[in-house]
Structures are given as structure tokens and as C-alpha cells.
Design a protein around this ligand. Structure first.
Ligand SMILES: Cc1ncc(COP(=O)(O)O)c(C=O)c1O
Length: 469
């Protein structure tokens, strides 16, 4: 079968799953036809995923040039700022292995509601999890600062002043705190952190020796909130990443007097823009940080993960097929699904009292919408009944709570649910919301009936009490 030009198969905006397979077929065919590319692809590679010796295979530099075009940061992203990873999740684990100590690192501060599959990654590194609430602008930085201060006081009182478990190593440092966030089109909260909050977060991180690890995995999946046939895609990032801000704010990460590791690491992933089976991503930070994470034990033994997948991906970036696929296929397809779902939400759920965050954005994206149910409805009840009565599956808010830290306001989510617009076809999305509306209405009616009969019972009791007295 001849290799397909990717732009030729763009047509049906709703069949993006097939298109992912064709993309992979194209990249792999080219690689496999050329032994000079395929042979090294089948071997162990360099620790950081660089393929310096081979002209064709430059995932790091190809990625750097796409990131420069997309984020247009004031200082160009150089390939020594990038390390190739086995995806965002795997690299989160690697960052923790290299840059944290289970005792000296006081806490991992998790912006909540949070991507729930990250919890175990933090627990595997024996870190103490804390949740940080969001408001309409994103992370509540005042809360974070206050709680970090308390955590520092406690560490001081305990004499926890230097790492004892991890030995000092020339390629790494141990941070006192980790902060974990999904600043853009968050999974699950759907919010985008404002620029002001991003800058404040970098300042707090510098003040308290924290590494902010962001999963920037949805950044490329964006579109105008008022989608029209003329505006189906957005080819530039709307905001700098935390890692970009750390690069330029107040002298940047490599300013005089700083240790050069910086206070931010960005996890990118091909999972959402190519296919999760690739298990490949990239990490960006200062050159010292990017090198440090490439020295994690599992990469030292055999080099960067996903060498074969990285070889295919380098090809698709070189030819710009992947970039075209993101802008011409994924963004329009997800944008249309999003638009359809939001229309249904506005028609069916808003009149019932359901709320969604940040409704005034010009550009939206990601996979998910976060819905707050009208009082006193519980996400768990609505989710269970939606499944049982309407065969609609949604995620209840509680699964996104940080285990063991749900006491503070804004850190528990029993009245919320998360819905995904990325998977189902447009008509199914609209129908799913209609069915969900039926469930919410039924539960509301039952609550209303219940409180009416309670009022009647109270009135009757009061009446009989009056009679009695
Ligand atoms: C916030 C977030 N981080 C990480 C991941 C997983 O990324 P990867 O497949 O690269 O490990 C996901 C996937 O759902 C996600 O939503």
C-alpha cells in the first residue's frame, strides 16, 4: 500500500480514530523502509532521547521547533531543554525519583480537583499529598502560600533541614516541595489558569524551593469557543506555560544566584495528539533539569523510553504531518463535539441549575467539561442513576479528590460530575446530555417531593404539639 499524505485523508472530521492509525502507518512505513533509520530505532538510544548522530531522527529538535512555533516564548526553546519520555505519567514518576526525597520533600501540592491517576504516582514516591483549591482564575495561590509556610514551620521544628535518604548526585537536586497542576484545559476541572496566577505560582515556587510539574498534555487541543466554519483551529498557544514563565520572569530560571535547575517542568505527551499506545512524550525544563531527569535509573539502563515510537514520531514531525493532523483534523473535530455538547448543556442542564466554570473564554479545549450540580444533588447519586436508568456513564466528582486531604473548602467535590466530549460522536453527545437532564430532573423532583412531605410532617407535628400543649 502506498504511503498516504496525511492531508489527503483529512475529510471526515468525526472519524479521528482512524486517522490516528493512518498517521502511525505513514510514519512507520517510512522508518521501516529505511534500514539506516529502522536499525537504530530498534536499539537502545541515548538517555535523553536525542538522536544526534542521525540526520533523520531528531525528535528533540523537531519538537523544539514545533514548541517554538506554538508557544513563541521570548527565549527560543533549544533541544537541550527537552528530554524524550515514556509519556506524561511515566515522566512524572521519573521526575519524582530524581528530584524528591520522601522525608526532605515536605509535600506534593495538588491543584484540585485533580487528575486522579496521578495520585498513585505520588504515593509510589512516598510523598505526602495535599490539595490546593481552585477559584475562577485557577489555583488559589494565597491558600498555597499559607499552607506551604505552615509546612515549612513544621519541617523546621522537626529539624528536617537536609535530605537524608537520597544521596547528593551531581545531576540532580532535591526540592522541598512539588506542586502539580494541569494549567490549561485541565482534566478534570476544564479551567485554564490565568496569566496572573501562573506568574504568582512561579514566584511562590521560587520562594519555597518548589518544583512545579505541569501536565501540558491538552495545550494543542484548542479551538475558538464560538466556533464557525472559518475558525476551526488555533495554531498558537493562548498563554505561556509555567515553564515558559519560569524561563523569562524576573531574570528567568537561570538568573544569577539561582542553581540553574529552575522551578518548573512541563510534561508534554503524544497520547492526546497521536495515540496513547505510543507511550511517548517530552519533558521541558532548564537544560540542567532536562539532563537530570534523563539520568533517572530506568533511562540510564538502556536510554530514553519508547525509542521505536520516538523514531516514528520524529518522522511525522519532520514531514509536519502531525502538526497538520492536530490543526486540520483534531482541533476541528473536537471543537465541533465540544460545541455540540455545550449547546446541549445550555439547553438541557443550565435551566435545571447546573453550572460550568469559566464561561467567558475565547479559546477552549481539552477533553472534559466540569459540571456543578444544583443543590442538594450529589454527583455519586446522579452518576449511578444515569448509568442504571439511562445507560450514560459520567464520572462523579469525588474520584478527583486528593486522598486524605478533603477537609478544606474547595477540596471536596461531592456535588460535581465530569463529562467527556472527546470520545462519542456529536449526536450521541447531545443525546447523552438529554438523558442526563432526565436523571437530574427526576432526582430534583424526588428531593422536592421529599422536602414537601417533610414540611407537611413538621407542620403536622407542630400542629399536634400545639394541640397537646
Ligand atoms: C492530566 C493528564 N496527565 C497525564 C495523562 C496521561 O498522559 P500519558 O498518556 O502521556 O501518560 C492524562 C491522560 O488522561 C491526563 O489527563
Amino acid at each position: 500500500m502506498p504511503a498516504l499524505n496525511f492531508s489527503e485523508v483529512v475529510g471526515s472530521a468525526t472519524s479521528q480514530k482512524k486517522l490516528i492509525n493512518l498517521l502511525r502507518g505513514h510514519g512507520s512505513q517510512h522508518v521501516l523502509r529505511h534500514p539506516s533509520i529502522s536499525q537504530p530505532a530498534m536499539l537502545y538510544g541515548p538517555d535523553n532521547g536525542g538522536m544526534i548522530a542521525l540526520e533523520h531522527l531528531k525528535l528533540r529538535s523537531n519538537m523544539a521547533s514545533w514548541l517554538n512555533k506554538f508557544y513563541h516564548p521570548p527565549n527560543p526553546i533549544t533541544e537541550d531543554r527537552i528530554s524524550i519520555t515514556g509519556g506524561a505519567s511515566q515522566n512524572l514518576a521519573c521526575l519524582l525519583q530524581v528530584f524528591t526525597d520522601p522525608v526532605y520533600t515536605r509535600n506534593v501540592w495538588i491543584v484540585s480537583p485533580a487528575y486522579m491517576l496521578a495520585f498513585r504516582i505520588f504515593e509510589d514516591s512516598a510523598l505526602k499529598l495535599r490539595s490546593v483549591p481552585e477559584d475562577e482564575e485557577g489555583i488559589d495561590v494565597d491558600f498555597l502560600r499559607r499552607e506551604i509556610r505552615k509546612s515549612e514551620e513544621k519541617a523546621r521544628a522537626q529539624g528536617n533541614n537536609e535530605p537524608h535518604i537520597k544521596p547528593p548526585r551531581p545531576w540532580s537536586k532535591i526540592y522541598r516541595h512539588i506542586i502539580y497542576a494541569v494549567p490549561t484545559f485541565s482534566n478534570p476541572s476544564f479551567k485554564t489558569m490565568t496569566l496572573r496566577r501562573r506568574e504568582e505560582l512561579v514566584r511562590v515556587a521560587r520562594e519555597y524551593d518548589a518544583l512545579v510539574i505541569t501536565d501540558d498534555v491538552y495545550d494543542f487541543l484548542q479551538w475558538p469557543s464560538s466556533l464557525t466554519a472559518q475558525t476551526l483551529s488555533v495554531e498558537k498557544a493562548i498563554l505561556p506555560r509555567i515553564v515558559d514563565i519560569d524561563g523569562y520572569l524576573d531574570g528567568g530560571a537561570e538568573r544569577e544566584g539561582a542553581d540553574g535547575f529552575g522551578n518548573a517542568a512541563s510534561n508534554g505527551s503524544f497520547s492526546k495528539i497521536c495515540g496513547p499506545g505510543m507511550r511517548t512524550g517530552w519533558c521541558e525544563g532548564t537544560p540542567k533539569l532536562a539532563y537530570g531527569v534523563s539520568q533517572t535509573g530506568s533511562s540510564r539502563s538502556g536510554g530514553a523510553p519508547s525509542q521505536l515510537a520516538a523514531t516514528f514520531l520524529a518522522e511525522t514531525l519532520e514531514s509536519e504531518d502531525l502538526q497538520h493532523y492536530v490543526y486540520n483534523t483534531l482541533q476541528p473535530a473536537y471543537g465541533k463535539r465540544y460545541q455540540r455538547m455545550v449547546k446541549a448543556i445550555n439547553q438541557e442542564l443550565i435551566p435545571l441549575g447546573v453550572r460550568l466554570p469559566q464561561t467567558d473564554r475565547n479559546v477552549v479545549g481539552g477533553y472534559f467539561i466540569w459540571l456543578t450540580l444544583p443543590h442538594p444533588l450529589k454527583g455519586a447519586v446522579v452518576a449511578q442513576r444515569a448509568k442504571d436508568e439511562e445507560n450514560v456513564v459520567v464520572a462523579q466528582g469525588e474520584i478527583f479528590q486528593v486522598p486524605g486531604d478533603t477537609e478544606n473548602e474547595g477540596t471536596h467535590f461531592e456535588h460535581d460530575i465530569r463529562v467527556c466530549f472527546a470520545w462519542e460522536e456529536e449526536d450521541m453527545l447531545a443525546e447523552g446530555i438529554e438523558r442526563l437532564a432526565r436523571v437530574i430532573r427526576d432526582v430534583q423532583d424526588e428531593h422536592a417531593g421529599c422536602s414537601q412531605s417533610m414540611q407537611a410532617a413538621t407542620a403536622a407535628t407542630e400542629g399536634s404539639a400545639k394541640d397537646f400543649w
